[in-house]
Ligand binder design. Sequence first.
Ligand code: HEM
Ligand SMILES: N[C@@H](CC(=O)c1ccccc1NC=O)C(=O)O
Length: 302
Amino acid sequence: MSPAGPDGIAAPQGIAAPEGVAGNTRAVEDGVRTDFRDRMSYGSYLHLPELLGAQHPLSAPEHHDEMLFIIQHQTSELWLKLVLHELRSACTALREDDLKVALKNIARVKHIQRTLTEQWSVLATLTPTEYSQFRGFLANSSGFQSHQYRAVEFLLGNKNADMLAVFAHDEAVHAELAGLLAAPSLYDEFLRLLARRGHPVPGDVLERDVTKAHTPDPRITAVFSTIYSEARTYWEEYEACEELVDLEDNFQLWRFRHLKTVERTIGFKHGTGGSSGASFLAKALQLTFFPELFAVRTEIGV
Ligand code: HEM
Ligand SMILES: N[C@@H](CC(=O)c1ccccc1NC=O)C(=O)O
């Protein structure tokens, strides 16, 4: 005989309710803390009042889908904050010849990138009609003004001093980005590490003007050629090269999904930030952080 549930219906045979889960309801255990007047709680530790109080749709009357738009951006910014934290750590680790730590940081960044790229599918549920109903309320604000995104681009080596102008209104952010512009990128740090390990990275590359984007150099491709053809000897370097390729690949996938989401949402309209829109974004797909890591592939097996 199977025991009768609260509504008198017998539970199916063979599915015995575990202790404390009668009636498909989990009993709260006696030890569970419930008084948080004088204890730190989940919400206070995570500052949830601030976090969850920071969604302020501007549309009037409020458009249902503006909440999606805001949360999509805010979650992206939170992940970007962690990406920056990890990339800064990776740069420091490389500077200190701690390749293992840098690789650990990069591994985490790769997972975040996947989440960020996956997340586009949520925004893709926003139809052009829905977006057009509140787009006007965004005025001239645009993702182009995301300082964390720009910081990630700079850290990875897509340096461009012209990107600083939109941050002139915010002294602290402007100073932060100017600092990153003037600092060696992840790739600069990697090439410096390779030089310290005895790889023939030319001096003029090591002392280049790091405020500019790195431009492809066949002498660096030759360094990678050796690493790839003698992978067993240079295993750590080889592994690091492949991790950087994954990083760039993931970054390009995010850019591509952004572009495609933009095309399906606003077509070929100009952007709220003042650019030509999709065609401006498409140009970013031609950029590369680590050109020689792709150039070396042409030489492999020939
Ligand atoms: C319906 C959704 C979206 C549309 C229509 C859109 C559109 C655009 C457009 C047209 C630009 C070019 C700059 C301009 O003139 O405004 C841009 C740039 C940008 N957007 Fe979005 N965007 C959307 C969602 C997002 C989301 C969710 C993020 C995540 C943070 C984002 C981040 C960025 C960034 C970082 C840039 C600068 C890209 C670069 O410099 O290459 N956008 N967006
Ligand atoms: N540039 C977008 C507006 C936009 O997407 C946006 C506006 C405010 C804050 C973040 C945004 N996201 C990415 O650009 C547009 O032209 O519709």
